[in-house]
Design a protein around this ligand. Structure first.
Ligand SMILES: Nc1ncnc2c1ncn2[C@@H]1O[C@H](COP(=O)(O)OP(=O)(O)OP(=O)(O)O)[C@@H](O)[C@H]1O
Ligand SMILES: [Mg+2]
Length: 302
């Protein structure tokens, strides 16, 4: 029996198949690789976006990528601090964290944001397990001073990542890490989530670090900078082009590159399916940071 497919239907179905097949080289490139994705607090305030992200992570995992999620939650911590009448102060993109602010950050990030992300992933069929530094000492940290030597309170920097635990976990689930670390002796530290993601990516020898935020990427004179080398990223901090939360973000990508991560991307988490667009299409979103050797577009190998 001959089946006659109307030409319009055939065109549509062929176009769909082509779209899927266009992703093939990118799937091949990322298959079996670890990709660390950091979700910015601002990009997580919209519940619809959290759903889209969960779909993207489900697709990544089924395509053989090994995703690890790290999240911040700046706006959520600030909102809770305001409700409790505590002032918020940032120095060089780091939240000045006294004992009360630390308690709030831990409650909001570990008890709130972490569970929201983990729950959405599980509902989309992705087994996901939420962690903070205390869980299996996944993130050990020590106190970090501001760039000018200021005392920022309980702001930490990651000194070690329990990669053994993460690797075991990644066999069966997606780790979702909140940016609260511990000194291993009962003191917690609030660590900028970009720097946590960078430390995790470096420790796991991830091929990619994707920082999802609430701007299109790194902006300079009102324009998106689509590509940056490590030196240029450092230059933007020194020149004062990157301020506030963009300072630790650029430090994070520079550190990740120094620890062997091949590519880092700063992308707009407010765009639906930004993660899939970045990883599986030639479009390339936001700002890509390279060690300085490869131009955009050379990423996909056939
Ligand atoms: N040159 C720049 N280009 C783009 N954004 C910049 C620049 N300089 C400063 N910024 C600021 O950096 C912000 C992003 O960092 P921010 O810490 O606020 O968010 P996040 O890191 O995505 O979320 P969270 O801190 O909750 O993890 C932008 O909203 C913007 O205001
Ligand atoms: Mg930030």
């Amino acid at each position: 029996m001959t089946v006659v497919v109307p030409p319009g239907v055939r065109q549509r179905t062929v176009a769909k198949a082509r779209t899927l097949l266009e992703a093939l080289p990118y799937m091949r490139e990322h298959y079996g690789h670890t990709v660390v994705v950091k979700l910015g607090g601002s990009a997580m305030t919209d519940p619809k976006l959290a759903e889209r992200l969960a779909e993207d992570v489900a697709l990544l995992r089924l395509a053989g990528v090994r995703p690890v999620l790290v999240h911040g939650g700046g706006p959520q911590v600030t909102a809770m601090a305001e409700r409790l009448g505590l002032p918020t102060r940032f120095v060089g993109g780091h939240r000045v964290t006294d004992a009360e602010t630390l308690e709030i950050a831990k409650l909001v990030l570990v008890g709130g944001v972490n569970k929201t992300v983990t729950e959405a992933l599980n509902r989309h069929g992705v087994p996901a397990v939420g962690l903070c530094g205390d869980d299996g000492h996944v993130l050990l940290a020590r106190k970090r001073l501001g760039a000018g030597g200021e005392d920022l309170g309980f702001v930490g920097e990651v000194t070690s990542v329990n990669t053994g635990l993460l690797r075991h976990l990644m066999e069966v689930a997606v780790p979702v890490i909140a940016s609260i670390a511990t000194d291993g002796r009962g003191q917690s530290y609030n660590v900028n989530a970009d720097l946590v993601a960078s430390a995790v990516a470096g420790a796991l020898s991830a091929s990619k670090l994707v920082l999802m935020t609430d701007v299109p990427g790194v902006m300079q004179d009102g324009e998106l900078v689509s590509e940056l080398s490590v030196d240029e990223a450092e230059g933007l901090i020194a020149a004062g082009t990157a301020t506030g939360g963009m300072i630790p973000k650029l430090e994070a990508v520079v550190e990740a590159m120094r620890h062997g991560v091949e590519r880092a991307h700063i992308v707009d988490g407010r765009v639906e399916h930004a993660l899939i667009l970045e990883l599986f299409t030639p479009e390339g979103m936001g700002t890509m940071v390279t060690r300085g050797e490869a131009p955009r577009g050379e990423g996909a190998t056939q």
